[in-house]
Design a protein around this ligand. Structure first.
Ligand code: SF4
Ligand code: SF3
Length: 546
């Protein structure tokens, strides 16, 4: 295996024996074969597109297949084998349809022609492509290809959440296919791949806008909300991940059952949506960012439902109370599958909760959030006034991911040491590093404004664009907004590419720069966009405020 797609890649080069995330070699290779299969399907889909023939099924398959390979989403080798088999059959169906319509397919790439009859043959193929990343010898081309693939993985994840709410955009699917095929094309120059990377950012903006519209269209605009972090004395289900449609179905099905629902990790911002406030058994948020889940699942006592990443390989005794759905999976954990109408039956999870104890309290109190674009616009006069009067000197966008590395203590210290006339704008699970610090407020505006999940970084960009307009500036970079972003997995990659596309400069990215950036590609990002790594809190504060 060879994997270097996340911030925790072993030794700062890549995982080669087993993932730091817990991904075994066999699963890593199958994930690479999944991507290989998706490239082949995209090759055929592109041929169809030339003849104006669309393959909706392939669009959805590709979206879900990409999502399954995101860090900490799916560790289940059997699920990958089944998915790949399904893909091979789909690819052949597509070819048949094309040939029936008179489209001649010549000289197809191996990704579009390989086949395997048995599980063993699939595994053997997986082992042969499992270091495929390294097969691209030119390190700059390899770096750009992988940067694009990781961006597209994040894009697919967000597209799937929107799709679950009935919203999709064919242009995003077309781009995903085009990008995957481009990573097979040896004739593309590094410059052309750089251009494609920026185009990936454009579709990153589009997909986040699509998801924002889907979420707010279905559940209303997030509003200022105090979220309880304590517990009640009823049995309960803990729901983790990013999928709001799954949450809605769970809340509906738990009504009147005596079972409470708590959010975990990236599901916390669900409390900010008006539509979920009517559920009186939607109690609060339990715990912190994903990487603390082993201890928190221990004390939660009840069943846990994963709707997306981040799964940490569970303790053996927890497996029987962990359920997965959507793109997620873990060997031994029960999978809840949607019917053809997208309906999921969570009754087994709810019945399971009834047999177990109520959660053990690990914290008490409340945290405040709900500052997505509409809520901030509603406060615009106050915010603009505070900036004009000098009460707010600077905003710090500290969105992104959390992770288990000790070096991420930097973000807690950075937030705590920020001057009292600054405001943090956050989104994603990065917030758990400082959202319980009680940093106070400025004239009633909390000093930590949480817009929501990582995809709600889109809101932060919309807010910045609005402020640019209000202050009549020519360039988004003239605003008193600094960017100190933490990344971990591939959704953060698409968020970053989206910000670059919007013209945001001088982003500090940490706790370490992606190891999949070759020195030359990193140089382009530094020279064109001013991207830079973190140093230490005092020096970085000096740099930002100096
Ligand atoms: Fe390693 Fe990250 Fe890949 Fe897991 S996802 S194998 S930790 S690089
Ligand atoms: Fe967190 Fe996994 Fe990225 Fe959506 S839950 S931000 S790491």
């Amino acid at each position: 295996m060879f994997c270097y797609q996340c911030q925790e890649a072993a030794k700062g080069t890549g995982c080669t024996i087993k993932g730091v995330c817990g991904k075994p070699e066999e699963v890593a290779n199958l994930q690479d074969l999944m991507i290989y299969t998706l490239k082949g399907i995209s090759v055929v889909a592109q041929e169809g597109a030339k003849a104006d023939i669309k393959f909706k099924k392939a669009d959805h398959y590709t979206m879900n297949g990409l999502f399954m390979t995101i860090t900490n989403a799916n560790f289940d080798d059997a699920m990958f084998i089944e998915k790949i088999k399904e893909g091979l059959a789909l690819r052949e169906e597509m070819k048949k349809e094309l040939s029936d319509k008179g489209v001649v397919l010549n000289d197809l790439h191996d990704t579009a022609t390989w086949s395997a009859e048995s599980d063993a043959a699939i595994k053997a193929k997986a082992d042969s492509v499992g270091v495929g990343v390294l097969a691209t010898e030119n390190e700059d081309v390899r770096s750009l290809r992988e940067l694009i693939i990781y961006g597209v993985k994040g894009m697919a994840a967000y597209a799937e959440h929107a799709y679950n709410l009935g919203k999709e955009n064919d242009e995003i699917y077309r781009f995903i296919a085009k990008a995957l095929v481009a990573t097979l094309d040896d004739t593309l120059s590094a410059d052309e791949l750089v251009a494609l990377t920026l185009e990936t950012g454009k579709y990153g903006v589009d997909v986040m806008a699509l998801l924002d519209g889907a979420n707010t269209g279905a559940y209303g605009n997030p509003e200022i909300t105090e979220v309880n972090i304590g517990v009640r004395n009823n049995p309960a289900v803990l729901i983790s991940g990013h999928d709001l449609k799954d949450l809605e179905q769970l809340l509906k099905q738990t009504q009147g059952s005596g079972v409470d629902v708590y959010t975990h990790g990236e599901m916390l911002p669900a409390h900010y949506y008006p539509a979920f406030k009517k559920y009186d058994n939607f109690v609060g948020n339990y715990g912190n960012a994903w990487w603390k889940q082993k201890e928190e699942f221990e004390t939660f006592n009840g069943p846990i439902l994963f709707t997306t990443n981040c799964i940490v390989p569970p303790k053996a005794e927890h497996i029987e109370r962990i359920y997965t759905t959507g793109a997620t999976g873990y060997p031994g954990c029960k999978v809840i599958v949607a019917d053809e109408k997208g309906v999921k039956d969570f009754s087994e999870v709810i019945e399971h909760a009834k047999r177990l104890s109520a959660p053990t309290e690990i914290e008490t109190g409340k945290i405040v959030g709900g500052f997505a674009h509409a809520q901030v616009f509603a406060l615009a006069d106050k915010v603009v006034e505070a900036v004009k009067s000098g009460a707010i000197k600077k905003f710090f966008v500290m969105a992104g991911c959390d992770g288990r590395m000790k070096s991420r203590d930097y973000y807690t210290e950075f937030a705590a040491k920020l001057p009292k006339d600054t405001v943090i704008l956050t989104a994603g699970c990065a917030k758990y590093r400082y959202n319980k610090l009680n940093l106070g407020d400025i004239a009633g505006i909390p000093r930590v404004l949480d817009a929501g999940q990582c995809n709600d970084s889109y809101s932060l960009a919309v807010i910045a664009l609005k402020l640019k307009e209000v202050f009549e500036l020519n360039d988004i970079n003239e605003l008193p907004i600094a960017y100190n972003i933490a990344w971990y997995e591939q959704k953060a990659v698409i968020v970053l590419l989206a910000l670059l596309y919007l013209g945001v400069k001088n982003i500090k990215l940490g706790p370490t720069l992606p190891v999949f950036l070759s020195p030359n590609v990193a140089k382009i990002l530094v020279e064109t966009f001013g991207i830079n790594g973190i140093n230490n809190v005092d020096e970085d504060l000096e740099q930002f405020l100096g």
